[in-house]
Design a protein around this ligand. Structure first.
Ligand SMILES: [Zn+2]
Length: 58
């Protein structure tokens, strides 16, 4: 994320302090329960169909 998007995922968005990795969660059931608890979406976003680049009239 840092190299590709210049996003520091370990920087606190509230105070700018340093965060630390506590765990890596790979169980989809656990992830769904955590997201539900945080009232965040648990399903994938609907993908929009690809479109032609700007200026490309077909
Ligand atoms: Zn903070």
């Amino acid at each position: 994320m840092q190299r590709a998007f210049a996003i520091d995922v370990l920087e606190c968005p509230e105070c700018g302090g340093r965060l630390r990795l506590l765990a890596t969660i790979i169980s989809s059931d656990a992830i769904q329960r955590i997201l539900s608890h945080l009232q965040l979406p648990t399903s994938r976003p609907v993908l929009a169909p690809a479109r032609a680049p700007p200026g490309d009239v077909g």
